[in-house]
Design a protein around this ligand. Structure first.
Ligand code: NAD
Ligand code: MN
Length: 501
C-alpha cells in the first residue's frame, strides 16, 4: 500500500478541476433546464462546483440512450471475456487516478483523504476488477429434463438498470452497483447523492475512456425528489438498485408499484449492535474495534456499530477504554494526513446529529464528546460521543443517527443481550466478541442480521454478500450473488428427436 502520511494534499487539491455536467450518451452535457446546484465542501463551507441539476427530461434522455445502447448490443451482447477487458482497463484507470478520486470524495463529503486514498478509491478499482474477472467464469444451467428435451436456463441482463446512491461512500456505492450491473451486460443510469456527485462523474469519464460504449453508463447529478423520483417512476427502467435511508427505500418500492413494476433492490439503514461478552480475552482489541466501528467515516456508515451491549462485569472497563479512544479520535482537517476523523457531510446532517445528542443528554449519561466543533474556524464537525446507561427504548438506541455517537447498554445474560440486539426495525449487521466457540456460533445464529462479524467488526469483502434483513432492505451487493439482481432467469426449451430416423 502506498504511504500517504506525508503527502501535501492541499496543494494537490488546489490544482484539481471538477466534472460538473451530466454524463449522458458518452458526453458531458448541461441539464435540459440549464439549472445547477452547488456542491459544497463540508469541511470549509466552500462551493466546489456548480453541478448540472438533472430532472425528468434528463432522466428521459439518459434512459433512452441507455435503452438504445442495450438494444444495439455493443455492450449487452459483447462476449464476457471482452467485457472483462474493458472493465479491467477501467480498474486500471481508477488506480492511475487514485489520488484524484480520493480527493473528490474527501472534498465533497468530508471523509479523511487518507481513508479515501487507502480504502475507498482502491476499493473501487478492486471491485471493478473483481467483477471483470468473474464475468467469464460464471456458468449457466442445463435443466435435468429427459431425452428429447434440452432446457437451457440462463442469466440474461435485464436492460436498463437505475442506481440511486448515498453520500457516505460516494465512489464505492456507485461502484458496487455499476460494477456488477455493467459486468452482467446492462446499461446503467446512476443518480449519485446531491451532497457528493463529483466522483461518480469522473468515474463515468474513466469508464468511457476504458471503452464502455456511449449510452451504457450515464450519470445524472440532481436531487432525490426530482431526478431520483423520475428514475424510480420511469416506465423504461427495468431495475432500480438503491442504497440510502429506509424511508426512501420504501418510496422506491411504491414508485415501482405505480409505474412498470421494475425490480427494486433496497439496501437501507441500520442500527447495528456490537455484543461484548466477559469471556472475550482481548478487551483492548474489542475496544479498538468498537471505537472503529462507530467513529470510522464519522459514524456515517450504514453498518456502524452504534449500539454497544456489554456484559455488566466488564462494562465500566470497556467504557473507560472507549473514552480514551474517543478522545484520541477528535475531528480535524480531512486533507491533513494526521487527522483522525473528518467532517460531517453537510449542515443538515450535522444539525440532525446534534439534536440526538442534545436530547440524549437528559435521558442518558454522556461520558465524552457531545459538541459540535470547528476546524480552522469552519465546517461541520462533531466530536466522537459516547452515551452510557442508555435504555433500550431511548431514541439513542432505536434510531439511526448516522454520526459518531455510540450508545452503551449493559446486559447480564446472553439471551437478554441477543433479545435486545434483535429488538430493532433494522437487521443489517452485528458484531460478537467472545472466545467461547459455542457462544460465538449460538449468538451468531440467533442474530437476525445480514452479516455477523465475530471478534471483528464490519467484516466485508468482494467475495461475500453485503445487505440486510428486516427494514435494512433485501438487496445484496458484492459477491457473485449481486449478479442475480441484475439478471433475469431465461429458459430456452429445445425439443429434438431423441431417435435418429
Ligand atoms: P437518502 O435516503 O436521503 O438518500 C439516498 C439517495 O436517495 C440520494 O441519492 C437521494 O438523492 C435519493 N433520494 C432522496 N429522496 C428521494 C426521493 N424522494 N425519491 C427518490 N430518490 C430520493 O440517504 P442518505 O442520507 O444519502 O444516506 C444515508 C442512508 O443511507 C442511511 O440510512 C444509511 O444507513 C444508508 N446506507 C445504507 C447502506 C446499505 O448498504 N445498506 C450503505 C450506505 C448507506
Ligand atoms: Mn458536498
Amino acid at each position: 500500500m502506498l504511504d500517504y502520511s506525508h503527502k501535501d494534499w492541499k496543494s494537490r487539491a488546489a490544482g484539481l478541476s471538477f466534472r460538473n455536467q451530466a454524463f449522458i450518451d458518452g458526453n458531458f452535457v448541461d441539464a435540459a433546464s440549464g439549472k445547477t446546484f452547488d456542491s459544497i465542501n463540508p469541511a470549509t463551507g466552500e462551493v466546489l462546483a456548480a453541478v448540472a441539476e438533472c430532472d425528468v427530461e434528463d432522466v428521459d434522455r439518459a434512459v433512452a440512450a441507455a435503452r438504445k445502447a442495450f438494444e444495439a448490443g455493443h455492450w449487452s451482447r459483447m462476449g464476457p471475456s471482452d467485457r472483462k477487458e474493458v472493465l479491467l482497463k477501467l480498474a486500471g484507470l481508477i488506480r492511475e487516478n487514485l489520488e484524484e478520486m480520493a480527493l473528490l470524495d474527501s472534498l465533497d463529503m468530508g471523509k479523511l483523504v487518507k481513508d479515501a486514498a487507502t480504502i475507498d478509491a482502491p476499493g473501487s478499482a478492486h471491485f471493478f476488477q473483481w467483477y471483470a474477472e468473474a464475468i467469464d467464469k460464471v456458468y449457466d444451467e442445463v435443466a435435468p429434463t429427459g431425452p428429447g428435451d434440452l432446457a437451457l436456463v440462463r442469466r440474461v441482463p435485464l436492460g436498463v438498470v437505475g442506481a440511486v446512491t448515498p453520500w457516505n461512500f460516494p465512489l464505492d456505492m456507485a461502484t458496487w452497483k455499476a460494477a456488477a450491473a455493467l459486468a452482467a451486460g446492462n446499461s446503467v443510469v446512476l443518480k449519485p447523492a446531491e451532497q457528493s456527485p463529483l466522483s461518480a462523474l469522473r468515474l463515468a469519464e474513466l469508464a468511457s475512456e476504458a471503452g464502455v460504449p456511449d449510452g451504457v453508463f450515464n450519470v445524472l447529478p440532481g436531487f432525490g425528489e426530482t431526478a431520483g423520483k423520475a428514475l424510480g417512476l420511469h416506465m423504461d427502467v427495468d431495475c432500480l438498485a438503491f442504497t440510502g435511508s429506509t424511508a426512501i427505500g420504501k418510496m422506491f418500492m411504491q414508485y415501482s408499484g405505480k409505474s412498470n413494476m421494475k425490480q427494486v433492490w433496497p439496501e437501507t439503514g441500520g442500527k447495528s449492535p456490537n455484543l461484548i461478552f466477559a469471556d472475550c480475552e482481548d478487551l483492548d482489541a474489542a475496544a479498538d474495534m468498537a471505537a472503529f466501528g462507530i467513529f470510522f467515516n464519522q459514524g456515517e456508515v450504514c453498518s456502524a456499530n452504534s449500539r454497544l451491549y456489554v456484559e455488566r462485569s466488564i462494562k465500566d472497563a470497556i467504557v473507560e477504554k472507549l473514552i480514551a479512544r474517543a478522545e484520541a479520535t477528535q475531528p480535524g482537517d480531512p486533507l491533513d494526513p494526521a487527522s483522525k476523523m473528518g467532517a460531517i457531510v453537510d449542515e443538515a446532517q450535522t444539525q440532525g446529529i446534534m439534536q440526538f445528542v442534545e436530547e440524549g443528554i437528559s435521558s442518558a449519561n454522556i461520558v465524552t464528546g457531545g459538541k459540535r466543533v470547528h476546524v480552522d474556524g469552519k465546517g461541520c464537525f462533531v466530536q466522537p460521543t459516547i452515551f452510557d446507561d442508555v435504555t433500550q427504548d431511548n431514541p439513542l438506541a432505536r434510531d439511526e443517527i448516522f454520526g459518531p455517537v455510540l450508545s452503551v447498554i449493559a446486559f447480564d445474560h446472553e439471551d437478554e443481550a441477543v433479545a435486545m440486539a434483535n429488538d430493532s426495525i433494522y437487521g443489517l449487521a452485528a458484531s460478537v466478541w467472545t472466545d467461547n466457540l459455542s457462544r460465538a456460533c449460538r449468538v451468531s445464529e440467533n442474530l437476525n442480521v445480514g452479516t455477523v462479524s465475530v471478534n471483528t467488526v464490519d467484516a466485508l469483502s468482494a467475495q461475500t454478500p453485503f445487505g440486510g434483513m428486516k427494514q435494512s432492505g433485501f438487496g445484496r451487493d458484492l459477491s457473485l450473488h449481486s449478479l442475480e439482481k441484475y439478471t433475469a432467469l431465461k429458459t430456452t426449451w429445445i425439443k429434438y428427436k431423441a431417435q435418429a430416423g
